[in-house]
Design a protein around this ligand. Structure first.
Ligand code: GLU
Length: 418
């Protein structure tokens, strides 16, 4: 989002820190400080009243060193190109940290999808897909959902690409509806991954989850799913929020009921139950909890917020929720952060399963998917955690080190063209 914290600069500072800890000279990773390819497009769209509105969109590929570029598409009114660059780079590191054979990319359209009719949204998505078509393909670049997009939007992308090709290409996009090649378990995969790593970090730190208090910021695809899975496991979620409000209950919220309310009303605002009060969004971040899960957007935990954070552990469901300044403050306060590129990787892991299923034209059941997801998340957690211990660095630096090492090795093996 347009604001004082440039997410690309924040990404670079974490990257440089990891490179330093790996003992890499600038020349060995300088390429990775730049995006590989950037496409900016104008998207003329016919509105329902007959007017033509021209939207701005992007698709940015950060790296294809380890495989096809992979990453979501965001529809948000404040999205800017530097944010998309950072999000693309984070996808490279995320795919490398969980060791799946992808590079990183991200796309976006500057639009508030809530203000468009379904027809307008469909026309916008299809025209955007046509505009970025030369970049896309199951071997080249595979989009997925992100903030403001969903399975329906992915279905339009799949259809538009397939129409141009002249045959059906389900593997060009992930997070599709099940009926056209989507994967079981994909929708809640990011939230499920967040819960897997939360359980693991709590276990390592000796925090009993059955007694822990949890706050979740964001009630979308990531926060909503994570809160629900926490609740189903019998954990106590004492606060949740969306863009409109935050709900708090000292003894734990009924997430099942709140999920139903949110589905029906498209907001948490107005939800009422015994013992539940509405609090300010920022208050949620500084509640007296064991686990804090920021699962909304970037730069929510600023230096100022970090000073007041009381959680023992932060599990980053969102991409880039913590500023570099906040990171320093939290580390001084000995608050453990499970970083975004590890914590929220469950989504792209199941996207990878979806793509593999599409390429092989065979489908897996949800148990196979969830158990393989768990295996990959735990393996990646261990890779990062053991490096944290060994090198005495934060989990963020360790995660970047694991990722950068893998990407740099791929670069060394491939060599530079020409
Ligand atoms: N948008 C999600 C992310 O930031 C998922 C990306 C994907 O599945 O390709 O990780």
């Amino acid at each position: 989002m347009t604001n004082q914290y440039d997410p690309y600069e924040q990404m670079l500072s974490a990257l440089d820190m990891a490179a330093e800890n790996l003992g890499l000279a600038m020349n060995e990773y300088t390429t990775l400080r730049h995006t590989e390819r950037e496409l900016s497009v104008s998207i003329p769209t016919e509105m329902d009243d007959g007017r033509t509105e021209v939207f701005t969109g992007y698709r940015i590929q950060h790296s294809s060193l380890r495989g096809p570029c992979k990453g979501g598409i965001r529809f948000h009114p404040n999205v800017d190109i530097n944010e998309v660059r950072a999000l693309a780079a984070w996808m490279t590191w995320k795919c490398a940290v969980v060791n799946i054979p992808y590079g990183g990319a991200k796309g976006a359209i500057q639009v508030d999808p809530a203000k468009l009719s379904s027809q307008e949204l469909g026309r916008l998505t299809r025209r955007y897909t046509a505009a970025i078509l030369p970049l896309l393909g199951p071997e080249k670049d595979i989009p997925a959902p992100d903030i403001g997009t969903d399975a329906r939007v992915m279905g339009w992308i799949m259809d538009t690409y397939s129409t141009f090709m002249g045959y059906s290409v389900p593997g060009v996009v992930t997070g599709k509806p099940i009926e056209i090649g989507g994967s079981l378990g994909r929708k809640e995969a990011t939230g499920r991954g967040v819960v897997i790593v939360t359980d693991e970090i709590a276990h390592r730190m000796g925090i009993p989850m059955q007694k822990a208090k949890i706050a979740v910021q964001g009630f979308g695809n990531v926060g909503g799913a994570a809160a629900k899975i926490f609740y189903d496991k019998g954990y106590t979620v004492i606060a949740v929020s969306d863009v409109n409000t935050a709900l708090y209950c000292e003894n734990g919220l009924n997430i099942e009921e709140i999920t139903g309310y949110s589905k029906q009303n498209h907001t948490l605002k107005g939800y009422a139950a015994k013992g539940v009060s509405e609090i300010e969004n920022e208050q949620l971040l500084t509640l007296d909890v064991d686990i804090l899960v920021p699962a909304a957007i970037e730069n929510q935990i600023t230096g100022k917020v970090a000073e007041n954070i009381r959680a023992k552990v932060i599990v980053e469901g969102a991409n880039g929720p913590t500023t570099a300044q906040a990171d320093d403050i939290l580390s001084k306060k000995k608050i453990i952060i499970v970083p975004d590129i590890l914590a929220n990787a469950g989504g792209v892991v199941v996207s990878y399963f979806e793509w593999v299923q599409n390429l092989q034209a065979i489908f897996w059941d949800v148990h196979e998917i969830n158990s393989l997801l768990k295996k990959i998340m735990l393996r990646s957690f261990e890779d990062v955690y053991s490096l944290t211990r060994e090198k005495k660095v934060s989990m963020r630096v360790a995660a970047y080190m694991v990722a950068l090492d893998r990407v740099v090795k791929a670069k060394q093996i491939r060599g530079m063209f020409p």
